[in-house]
Design a protein around this ligand. Structure first.
Ligand code: ZN
Ligand code: FE
Ligand code: FE
Ligand code: FE
Length: 191
């Protein structure tokens, strides 16, 4: 990494790095999801995590499609961001002994990951469009759409029941103001 030999110099280089970064991240997420699914108690939560695991497999394939279009072999590059988020979630959930509180923590950790993914896809899509590669951008939009939907689904599950159970309101009835402000904001409106 000498003065004149930095690896990333063009927007194209930045895109190439970002593609490898999110490819690594999606694969780490695929590895992390089974444990979350296993630890979750709420059936809706389990189902939505399982559904998102399926989606994540498809997302990995879409990224591979872009590598192919670029005539590159699919290859990841270590993403400290996602490793940090997954590690933090692991540490936290490992400390929780009450299953409903655990559900609330699983949702919050999963949402941190969804938001990370959303920022990465947002940037990659903008860069691809700037590069005149709407074909890449359109594929990446499909992944972004799924991340947003997963995030909103998790907010709905938290607000409709999981937070109430974690808070000791066993009936899980709805109450105005349930859910964290962040969850409320992101949970925008389910229908
Ligand atoms: Zn990176
Ligand atoms: Fe993803
Ligand atoms: Fe990263
Ligand atoms: Fe995701």
């Amino acid at each position: 990494m000498g003065l004149f030999s930095k690896d990333i110099n063009t927007l194209e280089d930045l895109f190439a790095h970002g593609l490898k970064d999110i490819y690594y991240a999606e694969n780490q997420i695929l590895k992390a999801l089974p444990k979350l699914i296993e630890s979750a108690t709420n059936p809706q939560l389990r189902k939505s995590l399982k559904d998102h695991r399926k989606e994540t497999e498809a997302q990995v394939s879409r990224l591979e499609q872009i590598f192919e279009m670029r005539e590159e072999k699919p290859k990841g590059t270590k993403c400290p961001g996602i490793n940090g988020l997954i590690g933090e979630g692991d540490d936290l959930t490992g400390d929780i002994g009450e299953k409903h509180v655990l559900d609330a923590a699983i949702i919050a950790s999963a949402q941190a990951v969804e938001h990370y993914e959303m920022t990465r896809y947002g940037a990659l899509i903008a860069w691809a469009r700037e590069m005149g590669r709407n074909d890449f951008a359109d594929i990446l939009e499909e992944n972004l759409k799924e991340e947003k939907a997963a995030d909103q689904k998790l907010s709905r599950i938290a607000e409709s029941r999981v937070n109430a159970m974690a808070g000791g309101r066993g009936a899980g009835r709805k109450r105005a103001g349930s859910g964290s402000p962040r969850q409320r904001r992101n949970g925008r409106k389910a229908a």
